[in-house]
Design a protein around this ligand. Structure first.
Ligand SMILES: NC(=O)c1ccc[n+]([C@@H]2O[C@H](COP(=O)([O-])OP(=O)(O)OC[C@H]3O[C@@H](n4cnc5c(N)ncnc54)[C@H](O)[C@@H]3O)[C@@H](O)[C@H]2O)c1
Ligand SMILES: O=P(O)(O)OC[C@H](O)CO
Length: 346
């Protein structure tokens, strides 16, 4: 079988994952819709806008032609922003074969339908959701391309596909664990971006470490609460895709979500913040989807609720903090219902 692998979309994360794959495989095709970006990658071996100062391996071959990118590949890794996922998966469909491993590394929902990315991809490819492996975990592109030690999770209820995805990516710089909880891994990766926005807001307001620790802890509680309601294993949220990614996204200056939150906390309007980023800030759309999901399921997500009102309803960050701090008295263990806890620990 050929050693060709394919990555769809040459943004920060798609390009970083292509560099990991280029260390393990002879040919890595990187698809982009932008001809000038393909030319830059092939000729200068750089992707300056997304990864400034980095020289890419010469066995990464960029193309704008989907058939050239995908035909004869043993695996396709989709790393589109959530807003473009359906379109990219739809373009892949004519060239996708059942025996190609399909992996996605996107962290978000389809806002309009509130669907997870593996649902969107499986609908477009006409396959089972278990055939779409989810790659997630604490992993900033900027550090992966500098070969800083990084650990991620690949999740599918299909053990053989998860193991194949692990084998595709794992090397001494990039350690990959498998996990059967595809739903939990996918939800954790998407929902932590909301809390990272909140951590940025908190830092932008000039609050300290106490506030950030509280946001991370209570944020993880609401992520777990909605995750369990949607069928996830609660233990996933204390793993790499949960706690691990929440910590890295909410505390790192590499994080676009943290940076956007920080600028909002300093009083910049949302449109200006997004204009200045030049890259996707998934937490904005995810807040909209998660707010709708929490209302639909009747699950309390107080931090998400406040961030939704700051982003879309004109509430000031200070009023949002007052609302959170002034909530009714609670017991801490309301995070996960006793019934669910017993079910998962029986
Ligand atoms: N950057 C990271 O460190 C990182 C790490 C882990 C996960 N992720 C996740 O990966 C996903 C992609 O993020 P990113 O950082 O690569 O974003 P990015 O903003 O760096 O790049 C996005 C790329 O997608 C392209 N694009 C957008 N819509 C498209 C469409 N419809 N068709 C084709 N191309 C399209 C853009 O032109 C751009 O090149 C997000 O869900 C993000 O949360 C990012
Ligand atoms: O830069 P962010 O905020 O999109 O976060 C990137 C990754 O999800 C970190 O694991």
């Amino acid at each position: 079988m050929s050693d060709k692998v394919t990555v769809l979309v040459a943004g920060s994360w798609g390009t970083a994952l292509a560099t990991v794959l280029a260390a393990n495989h002879s040919e890595v095709y990187l698809w982009t819709r932008k001809p000038e970006q393909a030319a830059e990658i092939n000729e200068a071996h750089t992707n300056h806008h997304f990864l400034p100062g980095i020289t890419l391996p010469a066995n990464i071959i960029a193309t704008t032609d989907m058939e050239t990118a995908v035909s004869g590949s043993k695996a396709v890794v989709i790393v589109a922003p959530s807003s473009g996922m359906r379109q990219v998966a739809h373009s892949l469909k004519p060239f996708w074969k059942e025996d190609m491993l399909c992996i996605h590394a996107t962290k978000g929902f389809e806002t309009e339908s509130m669907k997870r990315m593996s649902t969107v991809i499986s609908e477009e490819l006409g396959c089972n959701e278990s055939q779409v492996v989810v790659l997630s975990g604490p992993s900033h592109a900027e550090e992966v391309v500098r070969l800083c030690p990084t650990t991620v999770v690949v999740a599918s209820p299909d053990d053989s596909r998860a193991a194949a995805a692990q084998g595709l990516f794992i090397n001494n710089d990039f350690r990959v664990y498998t996990n059967r909880d595809q739903v939990g891994v996918e939800l954790a990766g998407a929902l932590k971006n909301i809390i990272a926005l909140g951590a940025g807001l908190s830092d932008g307001l000039g609050f300290g470490d106490n506030a950030k620790a509280a946001l991370l802890t209570r944020g993880l509680a609401e992520i777990s609460r909605v995750g369990v309601e949607l069928g996830a294993n609660p233990l996933t949220f204390s793993g790499l895709a949960g706690l691990g990614d929440l910590v890295v996204t909410a505390t790192s200056q590499h994080s676009r979500n943290w940076r956007a939150g920080s600028m909002l906390g300093q009083g910049k309007p949302l449109a200006e913040v997004l204009e200045s980023m030049g890259m996707v800030v998934e937490g904005i759309r995810t807040t909209e989807a998660a707010y709708a999901i929490s209302l639909k399921l009747g699950v309390q997500m107080p931090i998400t609720d406040q961030i939704y009102h700051v982003l879309f309803k004109g509430r000031t960050p200070r009023n949002a903090v007052e609302a959170l701090m002034g909530r009714d008295r609670k017991t801490e263990m309301e995070a996960i219902s006793q019934e669910t806890w017993e079910q998962w620990h029986s």
